[in-house]
Design a protein around this ligand. Structure first.
Ligand SMILES: [Zn+2]
Length: 202
């Protein structure tokens, strides 16, 4: 099974993509035998690129891809975008995606690849659903967020404005709540700002 998970035995956790295995081959560099467990094998020389997996971060690969041909995994956050509308989906399992704002369940293969883009995942952004719920419940326009972590990308930083203490921070990663007061953050990555940037990229 193709999967991804964060490594549990590296100095700090990294995403590892590959084959999920429970009985890894011996480690070629020292002949070490590893116990039965949860591992991701990145491939290459047998046993050389095997990582112990933190199963709380385990996601399986689905058959779907986004508009850039990127494989879609369970727990991914997907931006759905057409001429008329935007929306966000969470990939629940290999078959279904759930509309984050309205709760509608969709077959994953009912979303056209050209209308969807993977923007992050719930492991890295666990409060995304809660944040979107705040916009919906307070009738605030759902923000346009083309990427949940803009570090290593061409996008500008996200502008997060606290609805309670009014503090504004620039951040490279989306988060739902203000760390000072716990208030919900409005994401300043508005359609307008983004559209201007998009023109600049074009
Ligand atoms: Zn605040």
């Amino acid at each position: 099974m193709k999967a991804r998970a964060k490594s549990s035995k590296t100095p700090y956790p990294i995403w590892v993509y590959g084959e999920y295995i429970t009985n890894p081959p011996i480690r070629p560099k020292d002949g070490a035998v590893r116990p039965e467990g949860h591992y991701i094998d990145k491939g290459g020389y047998p046993g050389a690129n095997v990582y112990e997996a933190d199963m709380t971060t385990f996601c399986t690969q689905t058959a779907a891809v986004d508009r850039y041909g990127k494989e879609i995994y369970t727990q991914d956050v997907i931006l759905y975008e057409t001429q008329e509308e935007i929306g966000y989906f969470i990939v629940e399992n290999e078959e279904t995606a759930v509309d984050v704002v309205w709760g509608e369940v969709m077959p994953l293969n009912g979303l056209q690849a050209e209308d969807i883009k993977v923007i992050g995942n719930l492991i890295d952004c666990p409060d995304f659903i809660e944040g979107m719920g705040f916009y919906r419940d307070n009738e605030i326009e759902i923000p346009y967020i083309p990427l949940l972590n803009v570090q290593m990308s061409a996008y500008p930083y996200l502008k997060l404005e606290c609805t309670k203490c009014k503090h504004t921070v620039l951040a490279c990663q989306y988060k739902a709540k203000c760390k000072d007061c716990g208030g919900f953050l409005k994401t300043g990555f508005t359609t307008k700002v983004y559209r201007e940037k998009e023109k600049a990229f074009a």
